[in-house]
Design a protein around this ligand. Sequence first.
Ligand code: T5A
Length: 233
Amino acid sequence: MAGGCFLVLEGGEGVGKTTQWRRLADHLAAAGHEVVALREPGGTPAGDALRAVLLSPASALTAETETLLFAASRAQLVREVITPALQRGAVVLVDRFLLSTYAYQGRGRALPLAALRDVNAFATGGLAPDLTLLLSLPHEASMARMRARGAADRMEREDDAFHQRVRAAFEAALDPAWQQSHPEIGPVVSVDAEGEAEAVTGRCVAALARRWPHRFSNLVGAEARAGREVTHG
Ligand code: T5A
């Protein structure tokens, strides 16, 4: 593969996605890649302002407004940061992207997928990830990790049934037939998120090396080295 590489980490609450996002960014940088590590919502000044509104428990938002704000943050991120980074050949690693909208607003909030698709086609301009690593953890374990982390944001405060629906949506995305009919999501592979963070990172690295042996085989065994530059958004 030539040029940049667009990678996404996905999963329900508490699966350890953000932990892996940091660790994987360090591994990629230690192996010599230019890494741009971003999170959604956010990653730009406008997106960070939208993030504050979206996650504040004080915000009273309809499901439609919520969807449009996530899409607005995404549109800004794609044009301001992701596309230029891909054009100069960087590895862009994003904590959540469009699949989260399908899971949270589509299945969680029961909004029609066709509307989410249209709004987000406009937001992304058709940019799809090269690969999504979907971290998978039993529901109880992820809820326990989420609770252990402390104060819950607006989305985390949703009830258990909501989080179960989100989880089911992520699992459905692993079906090859589903992926074929949703090219805007790109390929999705499951990564077992049980066990120590280091072991989970090893599985993420192995998934990348399996897909792109030439580009990422040197990641296996790469240790994070202090002083390597990772641009975090
Ligand atoms: N959202 C987002 C939508 O509804 N629609 C969208 O389109 C988009 C893009 C984002 C919220 O917005 C929603 C989804 C989210 O609800 P966020 O704060 O970015 O909000 O929340 P999350 O993406 O859920 O990220 P978090 O960082 O809050 O949670 P993670 O990534 O699941 O987990 P992490 O790494 O913080 O770990 C959770 C806890 O577990 C521990 C960590 O130390 C932490 O305490 N942990 C482990 N413990 C044991 N073993 C391991 N291997 C562990 N890894 C982590």
